[in-house]
Design a protein around this ligand. Sequence first.
Ligand code: ADP
Length: 602
Amino acid sequence: MTSKPVPPTPLLSEKHNGIPTRLFDKAQETKSGILNIATKSESERTKVALPQGINQTTFRVAIAELCDRLGEEHVEFVTKLDDGWYMENPNTHDGMHISDDSDFVASVVVYPGSTEEVQTVVQWANAYRIPISPISIGRNYGYGGAAPRVRGAVVLDLGRRMNRILDINPDDCTCLVEPGVTYFALYEEIQARGFQHLWIDVPDIGGGSVLGNALDRGVGYTPYGDHWMMHCGMEVVLPTGEVIRTGMGALPGNNSWQLFPYGFGPTADGIFSQSNMGVVTKMGFGLMPNPGDHESYLYTFPKDKDLSQLIDIIRPLRIAMILENVAQLRHVSMQVGLEGKPRSSYYKGKGRIPDSFIHEAAQNLSHGDCSWLYYGMSYGPKEIRQYKLDIIHKEFMKIPGARRIDPASLPADDYFWVRDRIASGVPDIEELRWVNWHPNGGHIAFSPVSPVRGNDATALWDIARKRCDEYDLDFFPTFVVGLREMHLIVEIVFNRDDPVMRNNARACLRGMIDDAAQRGYGEYRTHLAFMDQIAGTYNWNNGALLKFNEKIKDCLDPNGIMAPGKSGIWPARYRGRGWEMSASDESSEGKGVNPNPGTVRL
Ligand code: ADP
């Protein structure tokens, strides 16, 4: 295969969302892998996507006013859609679009430079009743990326100009960041300031926003892996333009904003997570103290059916923190995908790739063939680690055929060391490689939450496998074990340029969501296209929770301008007009908006 030229990936020193120099070569290699099999080109947009409820003339007047107030250079019309790739992600639409690329598309992208400018944009949006949709970095891949739920909304790209690390406190082990601070940026800054006694917690890839990821309740892999849990203190611009600080931040002159999350009275923070109730402009976090020493370990288990016994072994060890970090139990298919080669290099037939081909490919991996891999880490001095590692070894080896892989036998570029870095707070970029399973690879995830129990793991595995068989799709499952629950993340990779495969992937995910809900499992997070369906599954007591969220929404956002439809929460202006997406109505648009805001029910 002839290699296409690979233009350089922007560096962190050049761009707020760039790649650290230490990872430049790896980024180039990843990008080259993507470009070499890409066939889809960018598409021009001759017409800007207007949001419903406003005519072309008024929209142009409104945008001209926004240009006056913010500066023309900070307002851009969306005139082309380039899917880019992770490190050069679009802020106009979903770079991993699961339907047509122009389904969830912005009309204009605006770049506020301060909390005051965010207030300006919010007040402007209210004046013209134009929907706005905040992003921090826009790399929420698998869940909609930078795309707004409502076509033609104005995307607020906060990251480009609001990307300062406002504080790193080396004594209290805390930080305060603006939306555009990536894990890469925070990590590099901590090293540059000589604070090696501080760790951050990073997701599988480090290009996301620390603030944005926590808002969407993402996870990482140190003991601080629940990002929402580790946040402390927020500054939020409300949908009507007022600014609040939560927790101790509400007390002028206090010095505990990043130390005590609750302050006094009801804790408001929750309504700003996975929601459309405000634009978060600052957020604090606890940072983990460097435990001094750490040690990664990897166990493999031979059979798919070992899952049940293994999960039952994991539960008590995890709750007791013998298994210390948010660990990953990955299926071997994910490891084969990580080789970064297209599926066609393993199998050319139709339907889900037969297990035997995965196992054959796995024989060439450093850990050899198996079905499951447990990547964990133990922290602290040797004698403390050893006490826990001995228990883990004894328990894991109860499964016939289990093997502990000796790290010393693994080369320096083995994926094991990527997990080693991630579980010790060093952001990386390797995880992306399985996206090349198909040319123009995109991915979406089935992400149900369940108890850490063997029969639950098996039930979810069966659901995923059955639906993937039905829709001729391969699947890459990983169990991410929190303290008392686990998320199963089933990644489905599809070709963004293949409408049939995209339709299958959507139908497959919709089927999994319904099957899971019938058995009592709900998703922890999802792509824009499935938010209505999933919100509909959380329907105890006749949908009481969604009704409550709608009440808050109508109260805080009477004109319904803030990210309408995010998490299935539609403002009154949009409700009852068919905006919800479902298996029987995949259109992302509804029949207009209530033209008379005076009739908005409060
Ligand atoms: P990342 O690049 O870190 O993965 P995004 O910037 O895409 O994250 O943010 C993830 C999601 O969180 C967005 O789709 C949006 O719904 C929400 N979000 C991100 N930043 C903000 C913010 N500053 N205020 C409110 N919501 C936000």
